[in-house]
Design a protein around this ligand. Structure first.
Ligand code: URA
Length: 209
């Protein structure tokens, strides 16, 4: 799974365990998701290009490192992706934000788009697509198809949990898109849920069922 990076940082792993526990409340789940997405944002931007700027400290002048200015866009796959946005935006407040809404047609089993609003200049940005659960990978791959049609060229996918099936689907459909996750779980069950997983991420963050 060359396309996959698992973030094994102890803080990420500890928070993820708390999120998996079924006794964790909606409020705590949301707070943990915000914290963990902050830490994952740190990891996904690790390879950002740097340059230097001449600055003056109280002691002397120096050439100090700064980001090279590559612009970023976050794209949330509705609705669960929204839970990852705030934590990332705390670290990257200037990022633009887009939304992709897809549902599964029960007859064709194919993802159908119901909402699509993204920044107009995606081709000039690093595009970070966020969805907590990479399960079958069908909706993630379809969302990335749409983003590529809108001109996105430099895309990364960020999730909390991934199933091997979803990682393989992404590698087939979009081998150019690196996937960053906090854990690679064992499998999908017959309903398409990740096992051991954490249940339905949207329901757990919004208290619905
Ligand atoms: N979506 C979820 O919310 N949970 C899963 O386990 C799989 C897909």
């Amino acid at each position: 799974m060359d396309n996959l990076t698992v973030v094994r940082h102890p803080l990420v792993q500890h928070k993820l365990t708390l999120m998996r526990e079924k006794a964790t409340s909606t409020a705590v789940f949301r707070q943990l998701l915000r914290e963990i997405s902050n830490l994952l944002a740190y990891e996904i931007t690790r390879e950002q290009e740097m340059t230097t700027r001449r600055i003056e400290t109280p002691m002397c002048e120096m050439d100090a490192p700064v980001l090279a200015g590559r612009k970023m866009a976050l794209v949330s796959i509705l609705r669960a992706g929204n839970g990852l946005l705030d934590g990332i935006l705390e670290l990257i407040p200037s990022a633009r934000v887009g939304f992709v809404g897809l549902y599964r047609d029960e007859e064709t089993l194919k993802p159908v788009q119901y909402y699509y609003k993204v920044p107009s200049d995606l081709g000039e940005r690093l595009v970070i697509v966020v969805d907590p659960m990479l399960a079958t990978g069908n909706s993630s791959a379809a969302a990335i198809d749409l983003l590529k049609q809108s001109g996105a060229r430099n895309i990364r996918f960020l999730c909390l949990l991934a199933a091997p099936e979803g990682v393989r689907r992404m590698a087939e459909a979009h081998p150019d898109v690196p996937v960053v996750t906090a854990a690679l779980d064992e499998k999908l069950n017959e309903q398409g849920y990740i096992v051991p997983g954490l249940g339905d991420a949207g329901d757990r963050m919004y208290g619905t069922r």
